[in-house]
Design a protein around this ligand. Sequence first.
Ligand SMILES: *[C@@H]1O[C@H](CO)[C@@H](O)[C@H](O)[C@H]1NC(C)=O
Ligand SMILES: *[C@@H]1O[C@H](CO)[C@@H](O)[C@H](O)[C@H]1NC(C)=O
Ligand SMILES: *[C@@H]1O[C@H](CO)[C@@H](O)[C@H](O)[C@H]1NC(C)=O
Ligand SMILES: *[C@@H]1O[C@H](CO)[C@@H](O)[C@H](O)[C@H]1NC(C)=O
Ligand SMILES: *[C@@H]1O[C@H](CO)[C@@H](O)[C@H](O)[C@H]1NC(C)=O
Ligand SMILES: *[C@@H]1O[C@H](CO)[C@@H](O)[C@H](O)[C@H]1NC(C)=O
Ligand SMILES: *[C@@H]1O[C@H](CO)[C@@H](O)[C@H](O)[C@H]1NC(C)=O
Ligand SMILES: *[C@@H]1O[C@H](CO)[C@@H](O)[C@H](O)[C@H]1NC(C)=O
Ligand SMILES: *[C@@H]1O[C@H](CO)[C@@H](O)[C@H](O)[C@H]1NC(C)=O
Ligand SMILES: *[C@@H]1O[C@H](CO)[C@@H](O)[C@H](O)[C@H]1NC(C)=O
Length: 460
Amino acid sequence: MSFPLLLALLPSALASFPVPPQQTKEQLSLFQKTSAAAKEASDAATPKVLEFFDSTEFRRVLQGCCPDVAGLKSTELLRRYRAEAQIAELSHALPAEPQKKQKKEVFDDVTEKEVGHLSWFPNEFQSALMHNVTALSAPINNYAQQHIFGSVPFAGMPPTWQEAENRLIYIAHNMRRLDTGSLPNFGDVTVVFNTSRVRNSVVIAPYDTGLFTMNCLFPHLLIQKAKKPLNCTAWPSPAVGTLDHLDHLIIPNLQIPYNRSGTNQTWKDGVRTLWSRAFTETPYEDLPPLTLNDMGNYLEADVLANPRLPDAVKYVIGNFPILFGTDDGRKLQQIAANRSWPLFWGVGNGEPVKKDKNFTDPSKYPGNQRLADPSIVALTNATLPWGAKRAFDKVWEEATLERSKRNVTKEDVKRWWTNLSSSELRVAPLSASSCAIADRCVAVAAGDCVCILETQLLTV
Ligand SMILES: *[C@@H]1O[C@H](CO)[C@@H](O)[C@H](O)[C@H]1NC(C)=O
Ligand SMILES: *[C@@H]1O[C@H](CO)[C@@H](O)[C@H](O)[C@H]1NC(C)=O
Ligand SMILES: *[C@@H]1O[C@H](CO)[C@@H](O)[C@H](O)[C@H]1NC(C)=O
Ligand SMILES: *[C@@H]1O[C@H](CO)[C@@H](O)[C@H](O)[C@H]1NC(C)=O
Ligand SMILES: *[C@@H]1O[C@H](CO)[C@@H](O)[C@H](O)[C@H]1NC(C)=O
Ligand SMILES: *[C@@H]1O[C@H](CO)[C@@H](O)[C@H](O)[C@H]1NC(C)=O
Ligand SMILES: *[C@@H]1O[C@H](CO)[C@@H](O)[C@H](O)[C@H]1NC(C)=O
Ligand SMILES: *[C@@H]1O[C@H](CO)[C@@H](O)[C@H](O)[C@H]1NC(C)=O
Ligand SMILES: *[C@@H]1O[C@H](CO)[C@@H](O)[C@H](O)[C@H]1NC(C)=O
Ligand SMILES: *[C@@H]1O[C@H](CO)[C@@H](O)[C@H](O)[C@H]1NC(C)=O
């Protein structure tokens, strides 16, 4: 379906950047090796995790944050952790606009427009080659992919197109259920991959591998603004995991972000945030807020493949403060419709101006404000509140008008959201227990699952 479109739009690109295999031989063999090692490491860690879950200190934290689960057996806590890890969103945030050539960006990434027509989802080395740029992150990612994930080194930099196709796509594993799927600072558009389509390529580190590389493994590569006091010894022998084998990542994920000499916080704060957002019965709308720092404590669950578009993507989430009422927002609606991707909007940090992630910002954000674009009714069995489409369009127009006159503020964003939250369908990401056939479902709204219509299933 997308092949003729690709020909029409990218004649020169097609010639120099042929479509890579869905999973190269190198990717497949690395995944198989990783999976075997992960099983061994995970099995070895299971007793330690159960012991940790049984510790007095851990239980005391649960009593405080999450009394409804604080009395569960450690084996049940582990079962639930594994179950939520299976269902958590595999999110990648990307920019709406191409990066400006004259500005040196930390990352290079595929853009909104490109995911609208490419036939696969490119990794950052592939997009940098297509864009003819070298991002600041290239040496860091290259180091991490070799030394943490075991990728074969490139002969030189930049890599060849054939070398780049063996690398991975960065994914934030959204167990903390951020409304934007990934961190709002990583990009304005989040694609959420369909887990069942990429499962046999997901390789997982307990923490952001770029930050871990710069702060712990190879400080020569440190970008000053990424300096962070991590506990580097909490992940002593970097062993990665898979969706089926990840017990050995559970404790490092909680400990790496906190180094006593640099922060007042400890792993107990991490437990509080994770358990209160992922494991309690609290309705999504009432989850406690979290800091940008908390949002960054995801498992990094990367995709070691060249997943096919549009099928590998389950749905997309637009950054509401940045895109609502803009041309890029309209383009996102068109792309989502064209690709048959359900579209949602997430408020994230409510910030309409792009800013670098500030690790020391103590502000907390709700991170639970996600609503369905009215177009969702064409693709799913969602029922919209009466008048939702009209109300959405009206506030959109207002936002467009306001944006044309001045730089909008967080207060403007809050006003649009407050208005819409009474007229639109507010949604939550799936939990392990929410839907019978989670594979086909894209959200939970008013206690019911929102799932792809059967007619859609027949056409893809
Ligand atoms: C890529 O960029 C380099 C300089 O940054 C330039 O010399 C070269 O012509 C560019 N290649 C293409 C195909 O645009
Ligand atoms: C904690 O941070 C300090 C200061 O940055 C550093 O010297 C130390 O090695 C770190 N400790 C661990 C366990 O990573
Ligand atoms: C790092 O974590 C280990 C447990 O893995 C802990 O014993 C140690 O005290 C921590 N170090 C710092 C500096 O926080
Ligand atoms: C750490 O704790 C000290 C003493 O309670 C306090 O003055 C300081 O502001 C705290 N620092 C941070 C980063 O929270
Ligand atoms: C997607 O867009 C292309 C070009 O604009 C169009 O030819 C195609 O029919 C669209 N597909 C769908 C499913 O809307
Ligand atoms: C980060 O946030 C803190 C607290 O709000 C502020 O004091 C500091 O200036 C900010 N740093 C940057 C680089 O914006
Ligand atoms: C909006 O902000 C930009 C950058 O801060 C500034 O250059 C511009 O003048 C502002 N526009 C208006 C209409 O205030
Ligand atoms: C939302 O905005 C519309 C358009 O300005 C307005 O008519 C409506 O009264 C507002 N609704 C609420 C609940 O604020
Ligand atoms: C996810 O992929 C599976 C096939 O592996 C498919 O059955 C399912 O419908 C897809 N889900 C969505 C929401 O597209
Ligand atoms: C949507 O379909 C799913 C699966 O068939 C079903 O469980 C769910 O209740 C339906 N939701 C609505 C809102 O009809």
